[in-house]
Structure formats: C-alpha cells, structure tokens
Design a protein around this ligand. Structure first.
Ligand SMILES: *Cc1c(COP(=O)(O)O)cnc(C)c1O
Length: 464
C-alpha cells in the first residue's frame, strides 16, 4: 500500500478512516455516510482541512490547545528530550529531570500547600488515581468506611470506568456497567435548565445544600470526597450562581469531606486565573489537571495534592501508577508550555483583554431571537437556544436537534463551535486576539441566523 499523506483526496482518506478507525463519541453509521472531517494542519487559532478550508477553532481542539497551534518551541523540546531520554519510568524509586522539573513548577503555580503531583497520561487516568487516593487516604487514617465519592449529574470527569462513574452523564452509564460502587450523584447548579421559579441566587444555595443533605443521609463517616469542575465544561459550560461555591466549601469544611476540583478544563488560564478554583474562590484538597497542562501537544495529566494528603499516602506504599506517569517527553513539553503561558503573560491576556472583549461581544448574541442567554467566564462561553426565552423553554422536538443544526451551520461558516443538547459552547485558544473574537462572534451570529431560518422552515421553532 502506498503512503497515506495529506495529499490524498479527501474521499479516499474518509473511506479508509471509516473502514479502520473507531472514533470516540461518534455514531459509526454516520461516519460511513458522511465521512469524517479531515484536519491537516493548524496555526494560531486556525485549522486547515483537507479541502483547504480555513476554520476558526473556537473549541481549542477539545478545550486544550491553550497556547494555540503551531508553537515550534514545543516540537524542539520534544525532539531534544527524545534524543536524550525518550522514556524512563518513575516506579520503584526512580525519577528523571523532566518529572522533577514539572512537579516543582506545578507546586509553584498551584495555590497554598498543593505541593505534590501524581502524574497520569490523561484526565481520565488522573481521576481514577483520585478515586484510589482519597479512599486509601481515609483507610490509612483508620476510616476505611469513608469511601463514597459524591459527584454531580451532568458532570464530566473522563471516560474510563472509574472517571466515567464519577461523571454524571447518564448516556455513558448506560454502556459498560457504570457506575462503580460508592459513587453518589447530586443535582447540578444549572439554573437555566432546572431553576424553575427560583432566582439564580436561591437556586445556587439550594443545589449546594443537596451536598449537605446527601452527606447527612449517607453518613458523614461514609463520605470520602466531593468532586466537581469549578465550571462544568462538557455538560454545556454551566456557570454556577455566585452563591453555589461558597456554600459547597462551607459544607466540605464542616463535614471533613475532601474537595477535588477537576481543573482539566478550567486550569492553566481558561477562566482568567491559573486555576478555576481561584476564580470561584475555593480551597481544594486535590486538583485534577490535563488538557491545558501541555496545551494538548502531548498527552499528560495528573493530580496536584496537598501536603497533608501526600504525607499520609507517602507513609505507606500506594499500589498505583501508570507506565507513562510523568513521561519524560510529555513532561518536557508541558514544562515548555507553562514557560510560554507564563513568559508571554497569556493568563493576564485572558483576564485583562480577551475575556472582557468576549463577554461584551458574545453577550450581544443574547439579542438574537433564537437565544435565551449568552454568558461567559474567562474564555468559556455558552448560549442557550430556545423558542421562548421568557419561559426558558425547551424545544418541542428532540433535545439537541436544533443545536445540531446550529453546529452544522457553524461548520459551513468555518467556525468550530460545539453543541451540548440545545446549548452552543466555545472555549477558544487563550491567545485569541480581539479581532479574532470579533470574527468568531460574527460567524456565530450568521450561523444563528441560518439556523433560525432553517428551523422555521422545518416547523420546529416550537416550545415544548
Ligand atoms: C476532558 C476532561 C476529562 C478527561 O480527560 P481525558 O484526558 O480526556 O481523559 C476530565 N475532566 C474534565 C473536566 C474534562 O473536561
């Protein structure tokens, strides 16, 4: 067989892809019918596909390409590290320079006494580590029954058996026998969809107090930890009411429940601070990291852990680890990514320039007849599509049908924007410039216009 390259016709690549490549979160039959979009190269915030289209990537890949595409420094560092030491493990009391340097740097960047890093290859793996670590921690402190982890419906914490169990996506639990035992889900602080007649503030408090109710019902001596994303990403960029997080922190403190902040999306500048925990002002015991840690240039994740927990875990042997925990090439790439984020003041750019500009321009979409609310925090944005914004109504037809049409209209206008049900969400590279944000918002507005025309033509602009 001849080499498969960028120069092959798109249809041939698509046919081979459909024949041999099993895709995550994709219906196989659709692939056969329509073919996958083939992305061939990228620079800054712009992707190029196999037909030469230039597409503004308002999702930063999968929420991860924080420093933008095409940074040759990371390629140089990876090549250098591969020549010097492509691989060695960190098991059985061995280490290497990239793991030393990256863990030291992360301890410096992370708030308070979050000073210890357990490396993984991804966010899913890191959350699997967290399940075993918090249960082991309590067992080593003589409380083996403290094993339940409380999470939230519509949370996303990964796709492995453990992390998928922590997540609250019911369509994931339906496949493969999830969740594992001793995971308990409470409701999410999603005011737009579930707030009913309550104000945002009342609703935020009510949803936080579900944690307290769950702890009292399950028994304080049974609950090990609460895990949550500071701002839910894959669930549809759910920005909690301001009352939510202070109450959650109070409850975790009161009942001695470990707080795990899943920073896989919010970390590394996404919300205008280094960590989302700083934006929502919480004090986690463990932070899950991945995605923006390496800006997606190499697969790496981990758990950043407080002194006291690391001391307890370190007082025995933690029978856990991955072949690629602290992989030297991935660690070197991550370190270079952090250097760029820091030296080019990219987090400050988000906070002072990009986020305020996005909030202003993205906010104008709320005036569109198809849009109920348009919100953003840092560089995470969401809009709710609705036939009746007054009532915050859902559409009469299948949930997600209108969102899907809108996503397709975005693609047709060279914009990658994702839909979660009938919400549209964005999470662009952090280096996006104000004029690129203007392009993003004007393409989104055009896609909304076309969606509006289309669904009225189809007769599905109707409230449930
Ligand atoms: C993506 C994601 C994960 C899982 O990370 P993977 O690297 O895909 O395993 C976990 N938590 C959150 C919040 C995520 O967005």
């Amino acid at each position: 067989m001849s080499a498969i390259t960028n120069h092959m016709p798109t249809a041939e690549l698509q046919a081979l892809d459909a024949a041999h490549h099993m895709h995550p979160f994709t219906a196989g039959n659709e692939l056969g019918e329509k073919g996958a979009r083939v992305i061939t190269r990228a620079r800054g915030v712009t992707l190029t596909d196999s037909d030469g289209n230039e597409i503004l990537d308002a999702m930063a890949g999968l929420w991860c390409v924080n420093i933008g595409y095409g940074r040759g420094e990371l390629a140089d560092v990876a090549a250098r590290q591969m020549r010097e030491l492509p691989y060695y493990n960190t098991f059985f009391q061995t280490t290497h320079v990239p793991a030393v340097a990256l863990s030291t740097k992360l301890a410096e960047l992370a708030p308070r006494d979050l000073n210890h890093v357990f490396f993984a290859g991804s966010g899913s793996e890191a959350n699997d580590t967290n399940i075993r670590m918090v249960r082991t921690y309590w067992a080593m402190k003589g409380k083996p029954d403290k094993s339940i982890i409380i999470s939230r419906k519509n949370a996303y914490h990964g796709s492995s058996v453990g992390s998928g169990s922590l997540g609250g996506m019911s369509y994931m639990h339906e496949q493969g026998g999830l969740p594992i035992p001793d995971v308990h889900h409470i409701n999410q602080p999603h005011w737009w969809a579930e707030g009913g007649d309550m104000s945002r503030e009342e609703f935020g408090l009510a949803r936080a107090r579900e944690l307290e109710e769950a702890i009292e019902q399950l028994g304080e001596n049974r609950v090990a930890a609460f895990i949550a994303e500071p701002i839910q990403g894959a669930g549809g960029v759910v920005i909690p009411p301001e009352t939510y997080w202070p109450e959650i922190q109070r409850i975790c403190d009161k009942y001695e429940i470990l707080l795990i902040a899943d920073e896989v999306i919010c970390g590394f500048g996404r919300t205008g601070n280094w960590f989302g925990s700083q934006t929502v002002d919480i004090r986690p015991d463990i932070m899950t990291i991945a995605k923006g840690l390496s800006s997606g240039y190499a697969p790496i994740g981990g758990s950043i852990v407080r002194d006291e927990i690391a001391d307890v875990i370190g007082s025995g042997e933690f029978n856990h680890g991955y072949t690629y925990s602290g992989h030297p090439v991935a660690a070197a790439v991550a370190l270079e990514n952090l250097r760029i984020l820091e030296e080019e003041k990219i987090v400050e750019h988000v906070r002072d320039v990009a986020a305020p500009h996005l909030e202003k321009t993205w906010g104008t979409l709320a005036d569109h007849p198809l849009v109920g609310e348009a919100r953003s925090v840092g560089l995470m944005g969401t809009i709710a599509l609705t036939p009746d914004s007054e009532r915050r109504a859902a559409f009469a037809g299948d949930s997600g049908a209108v969102g899907y049409i809108c996503r397709e209209r975005c693609f047709a206008n060279n914009l990658i924007m994702r839909h979660v049900g009938d919400r549209m969400i964005i999470s662009p590279p952090l280096v996006i410039r104000p004029e690129e944000i203007d392009t993003l918002v004007s393409r989104a507005a055009k896609a909304l216009d076309e969606t509006y025309d289309e669904i009225r033509k189809q007769g599905i602009f109707k409230a449930a």
